[in-house]
Design a protein around this ligand. Structure first.
Ligand code: UDP
Length: 482
């Protein structure tokens, strides 16, 4: 493999991830996959990485560059509208990225062929690669159906609302509903329209599209997209599953958790020991992803519903735990908060639930004790759940989450929609009832059976002759010839 990297004519890959967890993870997995296939890789971070991590991470054919410190001052996504965040990141990173590439071409990568592989939402990379005449390949981190939904919204010029766009999707996938369409009504409409248009443009004009999805799951939407876009599409997902055995993977992950590494390790140990202490299939795992900030009343209803359902639960509270004291005051007794003083030991028999700021989700979902994942249906979370055959309780909120939940509940039928009150709000009685529907009874058993079959479908896709594995082979050949 090492000779491959040095062979003339094989492009050096410059990967540009987006600094949001749900986008960063798939690009990191992709970096590992490319590296294992013999490509030399430079990962360009838009934020500074600590020197300690940089020196422990890079190797002779895996490099790290940071745009931080050369003028790109990245805003905090928690402080602003997501679309405005993307708009700012893209405008602030363009010049530093061009400078970075120019410098690399004059020094370390002098004489090398290059190929830029970028997250579709980092569309500044496409502009720079056009200017510098470097071929580019785009990574899509959500579903093909979501892209289709967005394209249709765009054609009908009805962004950012969801009106009137489901009809065309329903012709392809009859189970879809109007309310499943991508939702952007929480964001600034003008910025949303501009950002989504740029993302679409950066996708449709790339040399190729890598998709973190599976043909086995999205044959119809993928076929429809391929018939209208010229770049070849390579659905090679789920990206997180290729390198489960790669020892470097842990090191790579630490790059992005350097500041919080010790706290996360503490949470990890608590989570796994909590799961070890429960019987197979009994635990409800809860997470609304890496971005959602839940209101005080939502947290209270969640805590109440979890306590009432009678099942053990592991709750990754996420960014909402910044208000740790509030949560501590809301949760029922017996629920441990990782940052609360004087916690009970997680193995204590009285402990029905454990709440942590962050959970090692892939590991959690692979643990036999987990019987259900109450999720916001971010695409990574959904893929991770399906990969492990875990039934889902779906609570989609914004962006692509509704269309993903629509597929989970009505197309793949590996989960149920969380019951909400008339206004779509959380209510503890309905939460408890929904959990019981997934965890016990005939309906739950049917879902579990389909979820187990889903796990096999994913395993097959990744095996030698499987669809994702075959597309990966074709992708490697394609990039080698760019
Ligand atoms: N994640 C995790 N631990 C947590 C919360 C999230 O490991 O406590 C990971 C999760 O495994 C997934 C990603 O963060 O890979 C979240 O991505 P997703 O697309 O599901 O949702 P987003 O955070 O983008 O809304």
């Amino acid at each position: 493999m090492a000779e491959n990297r040095r062979r003339d004519g094989i492009p050096h890959l410059v990967l540009v991830p987006c600094p949001l967890q749900g986008h960063l993870s798939p690009m990191l997995h992709l970096a590992g996959i490319f590296h294992s296939k013999g490509f030399a890789v430079t990962l360009v971070l838009v934020q500074p990485a600590s020197p300690r991590v940089v020196t422990s991470w890079v190797s002779d054919d895996f490099f790290l560059e940071s745009l931080g410190g050369s003028g790109s001052d990245i805003p905090d996504v928690c402080e602003m509208d997501l679309m405005c965040f993307l708009n700012e990141v893209n405008s602030k990173c363009k010049l530093p990225f061009r400078d970075c590439l120019t410098r690399l071409r004059m020094n370390r990568l002098k004489g090398h062929k290059l190929c830029i592989v970028y997250d579709a939402i980092m569309y500044f990379s496409a502009e720079v690669s056009n200017e510098l005449e470097i071929p580019r390949v785009v990574l899509r981190t959500s579903t093909a159906a979501n892209f289709l939904g967005l394209s249709m919204l765009k054609q009908k010029a009805c962004l950012p609302t969801q009106d009137g766009s489901a009809k065309a999707i329903r012709e392809l996938i009859p189970a879809m509903r109007e309310s499943d369409m991508p939702v952007f009504d929480k964001f600034c409409p003008e910025t949303t329209e501009r950002v989504l248009a740029q993302i679409h443009e950066s996708t449709s004009t790339a040399s190729a599209i890598i998709w973190n999805t599976l043909q086995a799951l999205e044959r119809t939407p993928l076929h429809r997209i391929q018939s209208s876009l010229s770049p070849p599409i390579f659905p090679i997902g789920p990206l997180h599953k290729y390198q489960a055995q790669d020892p470097r993977r842990c090191r790579r992950r630490s790059l992005f958790t350097a500041d919080t590494g010790a706290r996360r390790e503490e949470d990890r140990i608590k989570c796994m020991s909590f799961l070890d202490s429960h019987t197979p299939g009994s635990v409800v795992y809860v997470s609304a992803g890496s971005l959602a900030r839940l209101s005080r009343s939502e947290l209270a209803e969640m805590a109440g519903g979890l306590a009432d359902c009678g099942q053990p639960f592991l709750w990754a509270v996420g960014p909402s735990l910044e208000h740790g004291d509030d949560v501590a005051g809301l949760v029922p007794s017996g629920l441990e908060l990782s940052r609360a003083a004087g916690c009970h030991h997680p193995r204590a028999p009285s402990m029905q639930g454990l709440a942590v700021a962050w959970a090692p989700q892939e590991e959690v979902l692979a643990h036999g004790s987990v019987g259900c994942f109450w999720t916001h249906n971010g695409w990574n979370s959904t893929l991770e759940s399906m990969t492990e055959g875990v039934p889902m309780l779906c609570w989609p909120r914004v962006g692509d989450q509704k269309i993903i939940a629509g597929f989970v509940t009505r197309v793949w039928r590996v989960g149920l929609e969380l019951e909400c009150d008339g206004d779509g709000g959380l209510e503890r009685g309905r939460i408890s009832r929904s959990i019981k529907r997934v965890m016990v009874g005939e309906e739950g058993r049917e879902i579990k059976k389909r979820a187990s079959e889903m796990k096999e479908t994913v395993e097959l896709a990744l095996s030698g002759g499987g669809c994702s594995s075959q597309f990966l082979g074709k992708l490697v050949d394609f990039i080698q010839l760019l």
